[in-house]
Design a protein around this ligand. Structure first.
Ligand SMILES: [Zn+2]
Ligand SMILES: [Zn+2]
Length: 295
């Protein structure tokens, strides 16, 4: 797996780029504006172009934009739904200007409406946003903790959404803490292997375009989503060791959305995953030489 972080752009695009370089990131997620407001400050075209060139020079793969949280593509409220479509289209345009491959968005909440209604509504919302934005950047749907009418808690719901968007530039993003909150077991190597088998059956791993690596403070199935540092929550070290060692994820990008509660938090979480990857690589090399097994 290749590792990256969600980085703030609050200090400007240039500072974000410098940080990605300093931390030697291999993939990257950003907000392309403010995550909790509708109104977005226009991007400066020169700064966006410099950012795009800087990213290309660093070889980050993939780079994505996370959509603001106000967007609800499954909203039963017509006004909010239309506003969400326009906002997603704007994010896709921003992603393109910044050289990002895709916008990551949550499928949204259908409120009291039925599941089938919600899936149709969300799929139509994504399709309309992609049409409005034109060619250039994709839209990747993230799994959620579920609950409260939120779509995408189950892998089958994500698969159903993608199935309703044939021929569109769409994919899935899987967040470990959200999957755990939705009830999937990821604690320990056998659980992770079982989860990946389920992902293969429900979605196909090739449609999972990125992973979000987060530990969780709340029990499995709690529908509560609160991220913590890798190896320090209820998913625990076994989960992240297994993901780092998983050959099926060797080329996958894993972005950490862990708390930034100290200046050392990001480097520490990155170092944690890199160490697990190195250890897994050594074990792999040893097992290719059976005469060294157990040494
Ligand atoms: Zn998200
Ligand atoms: Zn996430």
């Amino acid at each position: 797996m290749r590792f990256g972080l969600h980085l703030s752009v609050a200090q400007g695009l240039e500072a974000t780029l410098a940080q990605a370089k300093k931390l030697r990131l291999e993939c990257l997620q950003i907000f392309a504006g403010t995550p909790r407001t509708w109104r977005q400050k226009p991007l400066d075209p020169d700064q966006a172009a410099a950012f795009r060139q800087g990213l290309a020079a660093l070889g980050l793969e993939p780079v994505v934009v996370h959509a603001p949280y106000l967007i609800n593509l499954a909203s039963p409220e017509r006004g909010l739904w239309q506003r969400s479509i326009a906002a997603l289209a704007e994010q896709i345009e921003r992603a393109r200007a910044l050289g990002a491959a895709a916008v990551v968005v949550h499928p949204g909440s259908r409120g009291q409406r039925g599941l089938d209604w919600g899936l149709a509504r969300a799929a139509l919302g994504v399709a309309r946003a992609l049409e409005a934005a034109g060619e250039g950047a994709a839209c990747w749907l993230e799994n959620t903790a579920g609950g409260g009418g939120h779509l995408g808690g189950g892998l089958a719901e994500l698969a159903e959404l993608l199935a309703r968007l044939p021929g569109r530039p769409v994919g899935a993003v899987l967040d470990t803490a959200h999957a755990w909150a939705a009830g999937y077991d990821l604690a320990g190597a056998p659980a992770v292997a079982g989860f990946l088998d389920e992902v293969e059956r429900a979605l196909g791993l090739e449609r999972v375009r990125m992973w979000h690596l987060n530990d969780s403070l709340h029990p499995r199935g709690s529908r509560r989503d609160q991220h913590t540092h890798l190896g320090r929550g209820l998913l625990g070290g076994g989960c992240f060791a297994a993901l780092a060692a998983e050959p099926r994820l060797a080329q996958a990008g894993g972005v950490m959305e862990t708390p930034k509660d100290s200046p050392r938090a990001d480097p520490r979480n990155l170092a944690y995953m890199r160490r697990l990857r190195t250890l897994a690589g050594r074990r792999g090399r040893r097992s290719e030489k059976p005469w060294l097994a157990g040494s």
